[in-house]
Ligand binder design. Structure first.
Ligand code: ZN
Length: 83
């Protein structure tokens, strides 16, 4: 992707150009929300949502475990000539 050359973003409140990201609570939200904030005055200049990677990793670990179990059952059944 090619972007035109632009000046660096500045805070609309204090005019400085250093930003940080911080998680904040949103009622009834399914995703984590992050505010992009000016590190000088705390003005919020943007927001981002992120999926809960920790929960997805837990689900993936459980799925991997189930796959191994299924393969064990499958090879056991094959050994007994059932599958
Ligand atoms: Zn600011």
């Amino acid at each position: 992707m090619h972007f035109p050359i632009l000046t660096m973003p500045t805070c609309p409140k204090c005019g400085k150009g250093n930003f940080g990201i911080k998680e904040f609570q949103v009622q009834d939200a399914n995703f984590r929300h992050y505010a992009i904030m000016c590190t000088s005055c705390g003005c919020v200049v943007g927001t981002e949502t992120m999926q809960d990677d920790e929960r997805i990793n837990q689900i993936m670990a459980k799925l991997n475990g189930l796959e191994i179990e299924l393969n064990n059952i499958k090879s056991s059944l094959m050994r007994h000539g059932i599958y």
